[in-house]
Design a protein around this ligand. Structure first.
Ligand SMILES: *[C@@H]1O[C@H](CO)[C@@H](O)[C@H](O)[C@H]1NC(C)=O
Length: 387
């Protein structure tokens, strides 16, 4: 009896482990899928999360603690904006690039970090390490006021206002008009990128987009983040990060908001109600969240886009994944894993180094830059439309 119990127990464990590391679902057109399978083979791999790291919340937390930080030397550049403010860009020029020795045509990846994040985030450092070893140039667009620079005007950033991103893309294209630019956005940076690509359509100045763990519906993300455990583990921490930035720039922000009231915010939504909504002129936080949500903007985008999300991401609930919209679009692909949490996707017993999302990023950017006409054909994009 005990041996048959053991056999059925092992069988059960085997079946649940197999289910645990399913092949991610790839939602896109047939032609885009063929392209990705050929040039970005990681999309056909099973994603097996770190076996001791159960659940999206735990993945997210462990990633924050364990993940390594590849060394990156930045060249900082401060650029001025029309309102008298400044934006801090962190460049990795990659002058030693063997694949692209000429700076003028070296492909460039514009990286957009998440809420409160900047160029020092481990996911940014890992992305840069993937890009530089392939010969590409990177530039990190730090949101205003979070990279150690002064705020010269009472304007920060939000997920819906694409004016600063537009300014940055124009600046980069002005410096290197013959270098293709790919936008890579993480979490809130991904929302901003997709909102930009939707707004600018064929005039985006980018050849493709890539996002990791983007929240598709800001309202639904906010609801998920206000569930008690998510509030305790993530929301509270992020809200205090937002408040710390307001404190740092208190003097200038006092001119437009009631800083003490803002600092009493306990959730990201309260912060957005008291701060972001006012700074960017929205009637209400609901209005801001509607404008910030990228799901409905996808049909206006006009370049190939690959988006990676995990179904157990506490920041980006799967009930907001835009499956129906993406199925109707030739140029957008959604890659969905069952596990992976928020910007984590940890693999292996000791998940410090390169993981699933870094390998996907590396293969996708290479596929875009090395096979530009193939990817455009696969995505139904006319050649003359390319920027
Ligand atoms: C972004 O915000 C600035 C300042 O409030 C405003 O002037 C600009 O028109 C906004 N841009 C977009 C694209 O909404």
């Amino acid at each position: 009896l005990s041996s048959s119990l053991l056999v059925s127990f092992s069988l059960l464990m085997y079946i649940s482990f197999r289910n645990f590391c399913l092949t991610p679902a790839l939602v896109c057109s047939e032609a885009f899928s063929v392209f990705l399978h050929k040039h970005c083979p990681v999309v056909a791999e099973r994603f097996s999360p770190t076996p001791w790291c159960w659940g999206g919340r735990f993945q997210t937390l462990v990633c924050a603690v364990l993940k390594s930080r590849p060394p990156v030397a930045y060249r900082n550049e401060l650029i001025r904006t029309d309102d008298g403010g400044q934006i801090s860009l962190d460049w990795v020029d990659n002058q030693a690039s063997a694949a692209y020795p000429k700076s003028s045509t070296r492909p460039t990846i514009l990286i957009l970090p998440g809420l409160t994040g900047n160029s020092k985030q481990s996911y940014v450092l890992h992305a840069i390490s993937q890009a530089t070893r392939r010969g590409y140039r990177c530039v990190v667009f730090n949101n205003r006021g979070v990279a150690g620079e002064e705020l010269l005007t009472p304007v920060t950033y939000c997920a819906a206002n694409t004016s600063d991103l537009e300014h940055v893309v124009q600046h980069v294209k002005g410096l290197y008009p013959h270098a293709p630019v790919l936008g890579a956005g993480v979490s809130m940076g991904g929302m901003l990128l997709l909102n930009y690509l939707g707004r600018k359509r064929t005039e985006s100045g980018m050849v493709a987009g890539f996002t990791i763990s983007v929240p598709w519906d800001a309202q639904k993300s906010s609801d998920s983040m206000e569930e008690p455990l998510n509030w305790l583990l993530f929301n509270k921490y992020l809200t205090s990060g937002l408040c710390r930035a307001v404190t740092r720039h208190r003097k200038i922000l006092e001119k437009v908001v009631d800083v003490d009231y803002v600092l009493k915010a306990q959730t990201i939504r309260e912060f957005d109600e008291r701060f972001t909504t006012l700074l960017f002129g929205y009637k209400s936080c609901t209005d801001y969240y509607r404008d910030a949500s990228p799901d409905k903007k996808l049909p206006n985008t006009a370049v190939p886009i690959l988006c990676l999300n995990a179904a157990d991401d506490p920041f980006s609930p799967q009930n907001a994944f835009p499956l129906t919209i993406v199925r109707s679009l030739p140029n957008v692909a959604l890659l969905l894993t069952a596990h992976g949490g928020h910007i984590a996707f940890l693999q292996g017993l000791f998940p410090r180094g390169e993981s699933y999302m870094e390998r996907l990023f590396g293969q996708f950017v290479q596929a875009v830059f090395e096979h530009p006409s193939d990817i455009n054909k696969a995505c139904g994009i006319e050649e003359e439309q390319r920027s």
